[in-house]
Design a protein around this ligand. Sequence first.
Ligand SMILES: [Zn+2]
Length: 352
Amino acid sequence: MRNLIALFACSLAISTAGANDPPAAASSGAKAAAKPAAKPITADTIKLAALAASKPAAAPLAKEAASQALSEADAEAELSAKIAARLAVMRANQAARLAAAAKARKASVSRREAIVAITQAPPARPFHSEHWSYEGETGPANWGKINSAWSKCGTGTRQSPIDLRDGMKVDLEQITFDYKPSGFSVVDNGHTVQVTVGGGNFITVQNRSYELQQFHFHRPSEERVNGKGFEMVVHMHHKDPEGRLAVLAVLLERGKQNNMIQTVWNNLPLEKLDVVNPNVVLDVAEVLPQRRDYFTFMGSLTTPPCNEGVLWLVMKQPMQASPAQMALFSRMYPLNARPIQASSGRMIKESN
Ligand SMILES: [Zn+2]
């Protein structure tokens, strides 16, 4: 029995050290090591025991020896079976442990990959400021980075203003103006002087009617014509019933006083964002040049959010304003013009 226990212990040691060994090699190795010390139970022993048992008169001692030899053989067989079962269980456990370790390694790798993916992903930057200007950190070069809703200012390919050159000279249809003296209000919105006009002032172009909403001023002009800039420009924003925008630009050069502009200057509010509602009417047509030739192209708002899809109509003939009228505006806004944007192969059409 002691030998069998040694055999069991030895089997355990081997199976722990190398669970991947083939079962036959492990158990035969154990048996080979244990056998020399074990009491041999041979066929002869069993035969002798059987012989002794078959001769009852011979000797009771022989019968006892035979019976002991048989019971030891049974015990050894039983223990071998137990060892085999135990080894099977241990191998199964070992395999389960190995599988679990492999799974954990795999999970750890995918966790690492997930962490790498998270750290490498572009940071979600909710940025939102309403403050923009014409110079420095909040200037035109950074408008697209100030507010995520203004990204077009940085990435758009149909931005305004542009330098008007190499236009396709064609017989452009005349713009039909239907302007009339109207009530108005004036505000200094922090970026320009803006005039909101009462309803009923329309332009019609390309079979579409747009109603005048507001007009405002830039200094110097945002547009250029063959590289030439102007002292100021008036932008007149029109909208059609579907919300499409058409901006009509009238360039201003130094000359005689303009009555409509003077009416606006006469009613400037004393404080920024205060709205003045004068008791007089404004005849917007007074700002239109006599010649109605124009340039046209698709562009954008020239201030944040820089929305595109805006139909631009730039009158070719500049209007005049007096040096005093120019000087007055420049005291409020010496520079409120967005720089020229890439035309990116846009078609520019102009009246012949
Ligand atoms: Zn403008």
